[in-house]
Design a protein around this ligand. Structure first.
Ligand SMILES: Nc1ncnc2c1ncn2[C@@H]1O[C@H](COP(=O)(O)OP(=O)(O)OP(=O)(O)O)[C@@H](O)[C@H]1O
Ligand SMILES: [Mg+2]
Length: 328
C-alpha cells in the first residue's frame, strides 16, 4: 500500500502588491507518496516556485499569501502550524534545494561548518561533537566530495561541486521530502547530468520523496514517477510517467510543451515554444486559461473545465475529453 506523505488540497496563492493582485496558484491539488518523485513542469510564471514556497511556508512575508487550501504533510496541515513548529518541519522533514547554489551557501563559512549548522539547528537527538563530525563527513561523501574538503570555502568549489554541497546540506537531517527547484539549471550540461544521476541514486538509497521542478523534459523523464503540468497557476495535466507516455491523449498545452510525447525520452530534451503568451496573472480569463492559445478552442471553453480522469493514473483538465470520462 502506498502511504501519502504530502497532500495538497485546493491550494490558492496570491501576491498582493500596492498596485495589483497576482493570482499565482489557483486551486491546485496533488498527492505525493513516500519515496516517490513528482515532477512539476510548465513555462516561466506558471506558479511552480510559488507552489514550492507555499509548501515550505516561505512565501515573501509582505506580499505572498495562501488564500485557500491545505497542505497536509503526514496528515498534519502545515498551514495550521506556528512558525516555530514549521521551523522544525523545515530541514528535519522537508528541505529545499534552490536553483542557484551561491544564494544557498554562505561565502564566509567553510562548507563542513554549514552542514554542521544545519544538523545542529534541527538536532533533536542531541548529537555529540564527534557524531556531528561523522555526519558531516558522511553527508559530503554521500554527494561525492571527499570529507577532507569540509574546511574549504564555497569559492574553492566549482559550480557543480557547490550544488553538491547544497544537496549535502539539504540531506544532512535525512528529510522525508526534498523540493528541488530547478536544481541543475545553473550548471553546465555535463555537470547537470552528473548531479542528476547523483540525486537519482541518493533518492533511491535514502528513500526520500522529491518534488522536482524543472523546464527540462530530460530531467523529468530521468527522475520522476509522476508529472504535473502547470499552466497559469493550475495543474492542467497530471499522471504517472508511464501513463503520460502510454496514453495518446493529452492536454493541448502539454502537446505543445512536449512536442511529440512518445519521443520524450529519446530525443526531446527541451520544451517546445508555443505561440502566444500565458495570460496576465493579474487578470486571468474566466474558463480555460489556455483557450486564447488553444488550436482546439470551443465555446464551452469559456467555462472552467473539470479535471477529467482518463485512467486511474492520468488526469486532464480540458473540455475536449468530456465524453471520454472514465467512471472509476
Ligand atoms: N514576490 C512576488 N510578488 C509578485 N508577484 C510574484 C512574486 N513572485 C512571483 N510572482 C508572480 O507569480 C507568478 C508565478 O511565479 P512563479 O515564480 O511561481 O513561477 P515559476 O513557474 O516558478 O516560473 P519560473 O519558471 O520562471 O521560475 C508569476 O506571474 C510571477 O510574476
Ligand atoms: Mg520558478
Amino acid at each position: 500500500m502506498k502511504t501519502p506523505l504530502l497532500r495538497i488540497e485546493d491550494l490558492t496563492v496570491i501576491y498582493q502588491t500596492d498596485l495589483e493582485t497576482v493570482h499565482a496558484v489557483n486551486n491546485i491539488s496533488l498527492t505525493l507518496n513516500k519515496g516517490e518523485t513528482l515532477g512539476i513542469v510548465g513555462e516561466t510564471g506558471a506558479g511552480k516556485t510559488t507552489t514550492a514556497l507555499s509548501i515550505m511556508r516561505l512565501l515573501p512575508d509582505r506580499t505572498g499569501r495562501i488564500s485557500a487550501g491545505s497542505v497536509y504533510f503526514e496528515e498534519k496541515n502545515l498551514l495550521d502550524l506556528s512558525e516555530k513548529e514549521m521551523r522544525t518541519i523545515r530541514g528535519e522533514n522537508i528541505s529545499m534545494i534552490f536553483q542557484d547554489p551561491m544564494t544557498a551557501l554562505n561565502p564566509v563559512i567553510p562548507v563542513g561548518k554549514q552542514i554542521a549548522e544545519a544538523l545542529i539547528l534541527h538536532n533533536n537527538d542531541h548529537l555529540t561533537r564527534d557524531q556531528i563530525e561523522d555526519q558531516v563527513n558522511q553527508s559530503l561523501e554521500l554527494v561525492g566530495i571527499p570529507a577532507f574538503r569540509k574546511k574549504d570555502y564555497p569559492h574553492q568549489f566549482s559550480g557543480g561541486m557547490k550544488q553538491r554541497v547544497v544537496i549535502a546540506i539539504a540531506l544532512a537531517c535525512r528529510p522525508k521530502l526534498i523540493i528541488a527547484d530547478e536544481p541543475t539549471t545553473a550548471l553546465d550540461v555535463t555537470i547537470q547530468a552528473q548531479v542528476l544521476q547523483m540525486i537519482k541514486e541518493l533518492k533511491l538509497s535514502l528513500n526520500t520523496a522529491m518534488i522536482m521542478i524543472t523546464h527540462d523534459l530530460g530531467v523529468v523523464a530521468q527522475t520522476c514517477d509522476y508529472v504535473a503540468v502547470m499552466y497559469a497557476g493550475e495543474i492542467i495535466e497530471y499522471g504517472l510517467m508511464e501513463a503520460i507516455f502510454d496514453d495518446p491523449e493529452h492536454h493541448p498545452y502539454t502537446v505543445g510543451l512536449f512536442g511529440a510525447i512518445p519521443s520524450l525520452v529519446s530525443e526531446c530534451e527541451r520544451l517546445y515554444t508555443i505561440e502566444g503568451l500565458m495570460p496576465d496573472p493579474t487578470q486571468l480569463p474566466e474558463g480555460c486559461k489556455f483557450k486564447p492559445r488553444c488550436p482546439h478552442a470551443m465555446t464551452i471553453c469559456d467555462q472552467n473545465p473539470p479535471l477529467i480522469k482518463m485512467s486511474e493514473t492520468h488526469e486532464i483538465k480540458c473540455h475536449l475529453f468530456n465524453q471520454k470520462k472514465v467512471s472509476l
